[in-house]
Design a protein. Structure first.
Length: 157
């Protein structure tokens, strides 16, 4: 893994009515555009699996729409993004994960976007700059610790 540079030509993904978004400070992703990009560029995206952790207090998002759970399609891959060298974050699929957890499903299909791929879906220029600083700082820590604390490839949601 290498240091990242700010993209001087970065164009944020601005939402329009009806688009799906995820996030809060400091990062927001345009899920509608990310999903469309994955569909068009599937050969550039890793499709794998993610392990689903057991149910328990705080395991699922507090903002989960319980009425939508029955409609969640467990065959549709969730979207994970590499936030730091040793860590992936779920940006699309909270309902699928919650449904799988409650049904005892051990794993789900997942798309894994690299640090370079997912940043194109940020919704403001300052997010790209902030993410580059964040990534480079985490990469420095990761190298300093010789990667001892990183477990990549064994993601559990």
């Amino acid at each position: 893994m290498k240091k990242m540079k700010v993209n001087p030509d970065f164009i944020p993904c601005l939402p329009v009515l009806g688009d799906e978004m995820l996030g809060g400070f400091p990062f927001n992703w345009h899920i509608t555009k990310a999903t469309a990009w994955i569909k068009e560029n599937g050969d550039q995206v890793e499709l794998s699996k993610v392990q689903v952790g057991p149910p328990g207090p705080g395991a699922d998002s507090a903002k989960l729409d319980e009425d939508f759970l029955p409609q969640a399609d467990l065959m549709k891959p969730i979207i994970m993004v590499r936030m730091r060298p040793e860590f992936f974050r779920l940006i699309d699929g909270n309902h699928r994960v919650a449904k799988a957890r409650r049904m005892g499903v051990a794993e789900l299909p997942a798309y894994y976007l690299t640090q370079e791929q997912h940043r194109q879906f940020f919704t403001s220029e300052d997010m790209d700059k902030r993410y580059v600083e964040y990534w480079n700082g985490k990469l420095k820590d990761f190298r300093k610790d010789n990667g001892r604390w990183g477990v990549v490839g064994e993601v559990e949601v």
